[in-house]
Structure formats: structure tokens, C-alpha cells
Ligand binder design. Structure first.
Ligand SMILES: C=CC1=C(C)c2cc3[nH]c(cc4nc(cc5[nH]c(cc1n2)c(C)c5CCC(=O)O)C(CCC(=O)O)=C4C)c(C)c3C=C
Ligand code: FE2
Ligand code: FE2
Length: 343
């Protein structure tokens, strides 16, 4: 569907680029997921992920014995069982949804008359960022918009996408022109898409006493060393609360998915769940704005584990509001992000 206004600007931009024989491509990136819900596949995935210095920055002489001797052998079978509990017939939810996002973004750009191929790469596992770049290269792309699907910048996610891209480019003689989407934590289209999703949920399921915004955590030390992730999460929450007209007592920000023994960003989601019923919150709605696609950390940890904690602590009603996934407002927002980088 061709619209007036901004679309005409977009078409104009694409035409200029076409005249200069520059072809832009989009590389969507997410974290990745195991290829199967088995101990062996989870071990392979965790091994690649947890060897990334951006994720675990301990000296290898300390970390590798712990990783190979304890974490991989003991965590893999345990986590494989969790993946089994959320696995879909078509595969890992994160992978299935990411593929849908890629296809929907491709279609939406095409509908706008924007001839920009979209490829999907994962930081860990398959499809790799390298294979996604190869697909774009095969289509004659010489200008790339790398779009990590992380609304809030973190050294452990966004920076590792940049590392992977830089490593890949070491093999190229002709490095393509690059636009790298650093973050979109306060982008109006993203806040609007989150707000639409909450409103739709309220219309369908009724409204809780509180909206809890639970973000994936990072070690507190990362923040002390300059990672803006926590600050950006709080800003997303404020903007969403503002957009929904929530009073301070009607929303709260927490951090989930702790790993290891050191302190992570606080307050912790699970501890908050156990406290809220005692503070008079009986009905709770939970949203996870750091996740562009549902995955283990939302479908199992939030929709199952934390629900149990809240209900066992005396809560009456608990609703998890799904990630934006391939909903139309999310795809529209991604089109807008891409168009911003086409200029
Ligand atoms: C080791 C420390 C970890 C940091 C730091 C971290 C940051 C971080 N992660 C996401 C998003 C996702 N994490 C996912 C899985 C996952 N994360 C960690 C650890 C850290 N994450 C582990 C060990 C795992 C694997 C599962 C497990 O063993 O518990 C996923 C994928 C889930 C899936 O469905 O496959 C996502 C997505 C963000 C946004 C983030 C920092 C901002
Ligand atoms: Fe190692
Ligand atoms: Fe994680």
C-alpha cells in the first residue's frame, strides 16, 4: 500500500540511491537460540554465547575451567528441559518469530515501494551474521543497515553485534557503507507500539492493579563501567507510563534473568513478585520491553516461573503481555527505523 507524505520522501531517497547505483540492505540481528531443545544443542549454543568476552568478561584462565567443568555440563540438560517446555512445532519461538519479523518487514518495505532486501542473522548459532551478510552480498548490496533487535543498548548485546560485524568485515576488500542502529529505547514508534499492545491487552483481558516492566538484567558492574542499558530501560518505562497515563503507583521497573553470583541490576523481578501481593497488588500485568521477540526468558521465566512466585505469594491474577513479535505496529516501527537510516 503506497501512502502519501513520508512515503514519497522514502521513494525519493531510494530513487537517488538507485541513480548512484548504491543498493542498501537491512541486516536484522537477534541473540540466537539452540537449534533443538536437547542437551547437546543447548550446550553448543551456550558454549558459543558464554565464550563471548562482551557477555562474560572474566579472564579466560578463571572462566574457562568454570564454564567447561561446571556450567556447560550441569546447566545444559537443565536448560534443555526448559526449552522443551516452550518449544513450538516449527522450532524455537525466538527463531520462528524472528523469521516472521524478517518476512513481514520485507513485505512492508516492498508495499511501500522500497526495494531493500532484509536478511536475518543471529549473534550465536544459526543463521549466523556471516550467512546473512552473504545473502545481502549475493543481491548486490553495498550499503548495510545493521539493526540489532535490542531496543536498549548494552555492551553484552549491541556491542557484540558490532564486534561480529567488524570481525566479518576483516575478510572483505570492499567494505560496504554502514549504518548501525545503536538503540531505539525512546523512539516514538517503539513506545507507541508498546502502548498499543498494553491497551489491546487491557481491552481483551481487563486491567490489573499494576503494570510491571521486567527487563533482562546485566551485571551491575557493567553499568558502573559505563553501560547505559539500565538508564535506557528506566527511560523506556517512563515514556510508556506517560503514554498510558499511569500514576507512579501503577507501574514499576524490574530486572530478570540473573546469571552467576555477582550483583545484577536491581530490583530483581522474582523478589518483587514475592513482595507485591503483600503490598496490596492482587492483579498484575507484566510486559518485557527489552525483548523484541518472545523467547525462553519471557515464555518460561516470566509467563511461568514468575507467575508461580506471584500466585504462591498471594496474588490473584497474573497476565503476561506478549512481546511485540511480528505485530503490525512493531513492523511499522521497524519500517520507520529503516527509513530513518535510508536518508
Ligand atoms: C551471562 C550473562 C548474560 C548477560 C549479560 C545477558 C544479557 C542479555 N541477554 C538478553 C537477551 C536474551 N538472553 C537469552 C538467553 C540467555 N541469556 C543468558 C545470559 C546472559 N544474558 C543465558 C545463559 C541465556 C540462555 C538461557 C539460559 O541458560 O538461561 C535469550 C535467548 C532465549 C532463547 O529463547 O533462546 C535472549 C533473547 C539481553 C536483552 C541482554 C542484555 C541486555
Ligand atoms: Fe573455553
Ligand atoms: Fe540473556
Amino acid at each position: 500500500m503506497v501512502q502519501a507524505g513520508p512515503t514519497r520522501v522514502r521513494l525519493f531517497v531510494v530513487c537517488i540511491k538507485a541513480g548512484n547505483k548504491v543498493k542498501t540492505g537491512v541486516l536484522l540481528v537477534n541473540l540466537g537460540t539452540p537449534s533443538a531443545p536437547t542437551s547437546a544443542a543447548v550446550k553448543a549454543f551456550l558454549s558459543q554465547f558464554l565464550h563471548d568476552h562482551r557477555v562474560v568478561d572474566l579472564p579466560r584462565s578463571l572462566w574457562c575451567p568454570l564454564l567447561h567443568g561446571i556450567i556447560l555440563p550441569f546447566r545444559s540438560p537443565k536448560v534443555a528441559r526448559l526449552y522443551q517446555s516452550i518449544w513450538w512445532p516449527e522450532g524455537s519461538p525466538l527463531m520462528v518469530i524472528s523469521r516472521r519479523q524478517q518476512a513481514a518487514l520485507q513485505q512492508a518495505l516492498q508495499d511501500e515501494g522500497i526495494d531493500v532486501p532484509v536478511a536475518l542473522g543471529m549473534s550465536y548459532g544459526e543463521p549466523s551474521i556471516g550467512s546473512a551478510w552473504q545473502q545481502l552480498k549475493d543481491q548486490g548490496v553495498d550499503r548495510v543497515i545493521v539493526l540489532p533487535l535490542y531496543p536498549q543498548y548494552s555492551v553484552s548485546t549491541t556491542a557484540s553485534v558490532f564486534d561480529a560485524w567488524a570481525k566479518l568485515m576483516k575478510q572483505e576488500r570492499l567494505v560496504p557503507a554502514l549504518r548501525f542502529v545503536h538503540d531505539y529505547h525512546d523512539f516514538s514508534g517503539y513506545i507507541g507500539a508498546l502502548a498499543d499492545s498494553v491497551r489491546t491487552h487491557w481491552q481483551e483481558h481487563g486491567r490489573g492493579d499494576m503494570l510491571l516492566l521486567s527487563y533482562h538484567g546485566i551485571p551491575k558492574r557493567f553499568e558502573n563501567e559505563g553501560d547505559p542499558y539500565g538508564r535506557q530501560c528506566h527511560r523506556t518505562s517512563e515514556l510508556l507510563a506517560q503514554e498510558l497515563g499511569l500514576e507512579p503507583h501503577q507501574w514499576r521497573t524490574t530486572f530478570q534473568s540473573r546469571f552467576g553470583r555477582e550483583e545484577w541490576l536491581q530490583p530483581y523481578t522474582d523478589e518483587t513478585m514475592a513482595r507485591l501481593p503483600k503490598e496490596g497488588i492482587g492483579k498484575l500485568d507484566v510486559i518485557c520491553p527489552a525483548f523484541a521477540a518472545d523467547c525462553l526468558e519471557t515464555l518460561e521465566e516470566i509467563a511461568e516461573q514468575n507467575k508461580d512466585i506471584f500466585l504462591k505469594a498471594g496474588g490473584e491474577q497474573y497476565h503476561y503481555i506478549p512481546a511485540l513479535n511480528d505485530n503490525s505496529a512493531h513492523i511499522r516501527m521497524l519500517v520507520d527505523l529503516v527509513c530513518r537510516e535510508l536518508v
